[in-house]
Design a protein around this ligand. Structure first.
Ligand code: HEM
Length: 137
């Protein structure tokens, strides 16, 4: 017990709660990609979950690096892969978010962009979890 790093553990728990919020928002999107002509559905509560989760992750992640490692020097290439995938995740989220309104107004091109954005975001999230595990072995 004595060697538990409490501040770090608290941050990691918050980080995991953030991941749960993002996953809760994302995983149903797999089923909401929409088939054929049917546009993908959106859900405001899930979207809000995802936004809060991303904010929690982006706050607790750098704090953990600071508390445990002191600096970004010496972090492995898996860590930087994780950061690159976070940029991809953000790109996918923004692409589908800005296309949601034109999609609701009937644009089929926008509906396609929502699908592509969601697919990018979901694949990026899986990649982030995998690279996070390898980054801190
Ligand atoms: C969408 C955003 C993010 C997701 C989904 C995510 C996911 C994860 C996961 C699944 C772990 C657990 C890995 C493990 O303990 O083996 C983890 C740990 C960690 N993440 Fe993130 N993360 C995100 C953003 C960030 C950011 C922006 C940073 C820092 C700049 C960061 C830094 C860390 C650190 C330092 C750990 C724990 C290190 C350790 O256990 O020693 N994360 N993250």
């Amino acid at each position: 017990m004595a060697d538990i790093d409490l501040p770090f553990a608290a941050l990691l728990i918050l980080h995991m709660l953030g991941l749960m919020l993002v996953a809760a928002a994302f995983l149903p999107l797999v089923g909401m990609l929409g088939k054929g002509d049917e546009p993908p559905r959106t859900d405001r509560l899930l979207t809000r979950f995802g936004h809060y989760g991303i904010i929690v992750l982006l706050l607790t992640g750098p704090l953990m690096v600071w508390v445990r490692y002191g600096s970004y020097d010496g972090l492995s290439h898996w860590f930087w892969l994780k950061m690159a995938l976070i940029v991809c995740l953000a790109g996918g989220v923004v692409l589908s978010a800005v296309s949601a309104r034109p999609m609701r107004e009937g644009s089929t091109a926008a509906a396609q962009r929502v699908r592509v954005g969601r697919a990018i975001a979901i694949v990026s999230l899986l990649g982030i979890v995998i690279s996070a595990v390898f980054a801190f072995q």
